[in-house]
Ligand binder design. Sequence first.
Ligand code: HGY
Ligand code: MN
Ligand code: MN
Length: 394
Amino acid sequence: MTSLADIAGVGADPRRGGYSRHGFDRVELELRTWFTEEATRRGLDVECDRNGNLWAWWGPPGDGAVVTGSHLDSVPGGGAFDGPLGVVSALEAVDVLRAKGFVPSKPFAVVVFAEEEGGRFGVACLGSRLLTGAIAPEAALRLSDSDGVTVAEAMAAAGLDPALVGPDAVALRRIGVFVELHVEQGRGLVDLGAAVGVASSILAHGRWRFSVRGEGNHAGATLMVDRRDPMIAAARVVLAARQAATSGARATVGKLVPNPGGTNVIPSSVDLWLDARAEDDARTRAVVEEISAAASAAAAEEGCSVTVTEESYGDTVVFDAALRDSLSGVLGGVPALPTGAGHDAGILAGHVPTAMLFVRNPTGVSHAPQEHAEPDDCAAGVVALAAVLEELVR
Ligand code: HGY
Ligand code: MN
Ligand code: MN
């Protein structure tokens, strides 16, 4: 029996609370080892693809496989369920199927995608974006973490060859259908009174870096009229984000880094990252344009400059309706619901038939230590995933 309890101590973050598990860092490598051991114990053959995604095959690898899985990395101070629930549930679904004598008649794999949260290198779904060609290898390899370690260096330290990183047509062709089970990040299932649901769509969403440049100076010796303080302009960007996010759009500044960051120092520059999401491409772009315009005006008034760089973006994802409804039917008509959260399934959906199962989250809270799913609902998720996988292999 595999459970989240097996990894409950791995990557716990005493400062932030919750977990900090990031792409190819020591903690995530420990989780990769745990997954490899759990899969091997079940007789699955584990291989790592050129982009750092792990594939555990039940039987020989092959094209048109039924694939399930998720990710093991987290946001900084994240919850225990976002990602690992999908991986643990996939392993437990293999146990359920094996216990009833099921033998896959098609290639079958459990996958763990690399750096889904972008918590270390800033681009979400890095492993699945590389696999599908959604990000250029050279752009990915030069991404760096807060210590200046690049993706290339981190992958090499993990035993991968950065020169091989890039679109993987063989791995993609092997995916006949992909189903990701995930804790719901929201209260949809709570309000519907359902333990399990299927995904209908994912909001368009992206990340933009705002770099505000001013003049570093002394906090006490510099009169207010003599300042070119980038923090003031940055603060106005944060307020503009709230102002712009109307009619269902969402805009968040969760990361803001002043340079140099001293209490008695007017920063010379401030970097902040905007996460913006909306129903469709046009509305998402409109939100970002409104915030960018506010940033330019604020920078000009504060004697600063600002540059805006798009770091990642994905348009609205609408999951394959026939597959969605078929899986809902297999599960007795569970509800279909949209999500504001991105997933590797959202990246794959543009390439192969893809679906998601959601497991009820009593509070809806995610990307926080309070993220939770009840054991009975997690068990219902495993039963549902096993039923769906068995149906897909028919
Ligand atoms: O940001 C997201 O929506 C996902 O959790 N990576
Ligand atoms: Mn997440
Ligand atoms: Mn996730």
